[in-house]
Design a protein. Structure first.
Length: 156
């Protein structure tokens, strides 16, 4: 099931897709935003589009997405400032910086989960898909462990 909502219309809704992945895309270039969206929709995700850093911070606060995919060069609030604002309140936030201009080491040192150059957008899909697989495997293992029959009790 795929559902896409824009930042202007998300309101109080928090919808989880079949695999439970919600993504905020913060990109001020509409063409790049569409390309990113096309890659992540292939993994059955709900997508909220934010046109700037301020909207992305607001969207994160409202829906607590699994991922934030963000550009750096945005106005009025740039991507690094928005990332810093999110990570200050939510240090476990998974933010992937998508840029053609920034040095990856700077954003990773600031707490980004990953860095992807715009020329390699397909790796975003792979990164998120791998995380979903790991999450599902961990949940499956935990479920098996909790569903095991109790050990027999021996009384003396």
């Amino acid at each position: 099931m795929q559902q896409s909502i824009s930042a202007a219309s998300y309101g109080d809704r928090f919808h989880q897709s079949v695999n439970g992945t919600m993504i905020v895309i913060a990109e001020d270039n509409a063409e790049v935003g569409r390309m990113i969206r096309s890659f992540v929709e292939e993994i059955d995700s709900d997508v909220i589009e934010a046109i700037d850093g301020s909207t992305a911070v607001e969207a994160y606060e409202r829906v607590r997405p699994d991922w934030v995919l963000r550009d750096i060069n945005m106005r009025p609030l740039d991507g690094l400032s928005a990332m810093r604002a999110i990570l200050e309140k939510h240090p476990d936030a998974r933010i992937v910086v998508v840029s053609q201009h920034q040095d990856a080491s700077i954003t990773l040192a600031m707490g980004a989960h990953a860095f992807v150059y715009e020329e390699d957008l397909g790796s975003i899909r792979d990164l998120i898909a791998e995380e979903i697989i790991r999450k599902n495997e961990a949940a499956s293992t935990e479920k098996r462990l909790t569903e095991r029959a109790p050990l027999p009790r021996f009384e003396a």
